[in-house]
Write a protein that binds this ligand. Structure first.
Ligand SMILES: *Cc1c(COP(=O)(O)O)cnc(C)c1O
Length: 385
């Protein structure tokens, strides 16, 4: 056993538990404390004061670090955005150049723009699926930011090629692995310097907690990121860390089921008369299919559809669903969908008629029945098709 690396589904269940000893709990307890008895002087990771460390974070950090194949535990933050802010602060010098996907999580883009305005950062946005275009922008860059598949347009990046090009240009690389999860994609294996997560989504998986993490690729970076958390104070609450770890125990099962549901739904949606386009990397004619097959273990469980008849028809589809939740966010056990451009901050190259669907773990026939009745009802209502 000792020398055999565990498979991810086993790691998710067994890693990060208290030491095995009679009387010890099998689950990491929730430590509601701002202080604990200590005679020692403070150091990194010291738990003498609650902003420096809390034992409630440790199980979650251990599991996530191991799942990503990191040499060190993850560093948990109060949200995905707090983790992203810490990664940018640690890896991007003031006045430096950041290369960012044109389609990325909208608050990541907003944060980059804020840094450009107030911290003298130069931001270059590129089609992350276009390796040639990214490589050109890497000249003089300090940091390449990767999302793959991207939010919300599901473009798939050639991660090994991009990492090679970035490192050759002297830039470091961060991957936001929220969409894929480490069960599906392990960016550290492809050489990225750090991974960030909105743990809020698939990892926690139940739409009941907001929490984030940075997974550093080496120990020195972990110290820097943890020091940033201690100083700026974006720490996760103990209850949130507990809920996230509890959710992560089942992440392998949930991701497997959600991916199977998504692939089945995508193949049924492809060619549907009410739709202009279906995006899911599982579809053989999807532009990201070949890369996803090479880099990923599965194709993720976010689907994009473009509804004939524009924004009005897309809103009608969302409005007519009874089971699918009309809600933002993704990665929960429950299926949800959203017309992204209803958010004024969404990038304007995302089509008005585009619906992002987060496929959950329900029975696929129930999901299909609800979706197909909503599509038909919307066609009748708006006459889009
Ligand atoms: C939700 C999300 C974030 C932000 O995470 P929060 O936990 O909401 O702060 C970052 N990246 C991606 C891809 C996301 O989906």
């Amino acid at each position: 056993m000792k020398d055999t690396p565990l498979n991810p589904a086993t790691t998710a269940v067994h890693a990060g538990r208290p030491a095995r000893a009679p009387g010890m709990p099998v689950n990491t307890p929730v430590h509601f404390q701002s202080i604990q008895y200590s005679a020692d002087s403070p150091g990194p990771g010291d738990t003498f004061y609650g902003r420096y460390g809390n034992p409630s974070w440790e199980g979650l950090e251990e599991v996530l670090g191991q799942l990503e194949g990191a040499p060190v535990p993850a560093v948990a933050f109060s949200s995905g955005m707090a983790a992203i802010a810490a990664a940018l602060a640690t890896l991007l010098p003031d006045g430096g150049k950041l290369v960012l996907p044109a389609h990325a999580y909208l608050s990541t883009i907003a944060m980059a723009k804020d840094l450009a305005e107030h911290r003298g950062i130069t931001v270059a946005q590129v089609d992350i699926a276009d390796t040639e275009a990214v490589t050109q922008e890497l000249e003089g860059a300090d940091l390449l930011w990767i999302e793959s598949p991207t939010n919300p347009m599901l473009e798939v990046a050639d991660i090994p090629a991009l990492v090679g090009a970035a490192h050759a240009a002297g830039a470091r690389v961060v991957a936001d692995n929220t969409f894929a999860t480490p069960l599906v994609l392990k960016p550290l294996d492809h050489g990225v310097d750090a991974v960030v997560h909105s743990v809020t989504k698939y990892l926690a998986g139940h739409s009941d907690v907001v929490i984030g993490a940075v997974v550093p690729g080496e120990a020195g970076l972990r110290e820097e990121v943890a020091a940033h958390r201690t100083l700026y104070g974006a720490i996760p609450g103990p209850m949130e860390a507990y809920l996230a770890l509890r959710g992560m125990r089942t992440v392998a099962l949930r991701v497997e089921r959600a991916q199977a549901n998504a692939a089945e739904l995508a193949s049924r949606l492809a060619g549907h008369p009410a739709l202009l386009e279906v995006r899911h990397p599982s579809l053989p004619n999807d532009p990201g299919h070949a890369r996803a097959r090479e880099q990923m273990r599965g194709y993720g469980s976010i689907i994009g559809i473009r509804v004939r008849g524009g924004a009005e028809a897309a809103d009608a589809v969302v409005g007519r669903t009874e089971l699918w939740l009309p809600a933002t966010s993704l990665g929960g056990v429950e299926s949800s969908l959203e017309r992204r451009r209803r958010l004024t901050a969404e990038v304007h190259t995302v089509p008005e008629d585009y619906i992002r669907m987060s496929v959950g773990i329900e029975d696929v026939e129930d999901l299909w029945a609800d979706l197909s009745q909503a599509l038909e009802a919307a066609v009748e209502e708006v006459g889009g098709a």
